[in-house]
Write a protein that binds this ligand. Sequence first.
Ligand code: PLP
Length: 423
Amino acid sequence: MKTFETLESSVRSYIRDFPAVFTKASGHFIFDEDNNCYIDFFAGAGVLNYGHNNPRLKKVLIDYVSADGILHSLDMATAAKRDFLQAFDSLILKPRGLDYRLQFPGPTGTNAVEAALKLARKVTGRHLVIGFTNGFHGMTLGSLAVTGNGSKRGGAGVPLSHTLHMPFCGYHGDGVDTLTVFERYLADSGSGIDLPAAVIVETVQGEGGINVGSVAWLQKLEQLCRRHDILLIVDDIQMGCGRTGPFFSFEAAGLKPDIICLSKSIGAIGLPMALTLMAPHLDHWAPGEHNGTFRGNNAAFVVAAEALRAYWADDAFEKETLRKGQLVRAALERIARDNPDRIGQVRGRGLIQGMVFTVDGMAETVARAAFAAGVIIETSGPKSEVLKVMPPLTIDDQTLSEGLQTLARVIAKVQSPKQSKAA
Ligand SMILES: *Cc1c(COP(=O)(O)O)cnc(C)c1O
């Protein structure tokens, strides 16, 4: 750890939560240099939906590199990119009745969001973009301006402007329709709110506390956008690629977003890749108007296309994710029932489920204790109050239940900060 402490910037963060030096990973297991094995309930924040070093994906990567396949190509035409485009169209878009053009922005999630915001403003000629409380969209200035987290926003160093945050689903507690304020603002020319170019939303807020946008709420949001000619951007960077069950997380609500952002698991084996999908009539870009050096990560295209063929040719993978999600949900609800003094709500969709701790600091204490007991798990939410269970979707039932049993054991043992002070 000394090397990291002296040579790496203090901005490093996950290293502080998981203080080990990692060397290898396979499927849902990660190993450190002391040969400790950890069950991965974190999945690289949603990058590793298909597991670490997935054998089928690893093979196409090795074969491609061995054959001197082109690795970098800016945005020139390559056979690897053509193969990915065709696979995405035939396996993802067509079967869902969706029609989008694909833009390859820079290779990170925030690149996909920046491209989406820029395009929405260009197409509509408007400047304002609506984000939601506790939304997370990335760290560059445009994406940060629609992100909720105060400490992240504080890092910007300049005012974050041309955006406004509305309350996400459930923000005012159960039974309050949080869209009524936005709806009224839009209908009233005296509201002081300019007509927005776009709304950007996550269907489930991955970083903001596993807040779930209900189907009814998401549908109402889409209708509001349609009524006022506002573009709907779904940031599916963390919840897409099957995390909630279907390939796109908005399928449950039947949305047809104008623009969709994908990254994280689209590269399938941990290679950086991002996509901005736009309805064809919105493709107003001039050639090269938005570009980036690393838009042609062909190794990622090859693996991404193979992942689509491996997991999305039928609905078996989706069904398995939903089944495993129910196992996790049931286990967390049991744990919550056993610990009513410390755990409130259990929430999530598919194979992303969270437990809300009602005692300050406790979710983080549990995550640290879980790591010591061999489970890598992170927290989420403005006060890190939600323990976030997000294993690779390919995890087997036995390891899943082992990891969940470890969590139950750890939670039973961990004392709340107050209790331990009193003791
Ligand atoms: C991770 C994430 C981003 C940002 O992706 P980076 O690759 O870190 O830039 C944006 N939106 C959501 C929903 C994310 O989870």
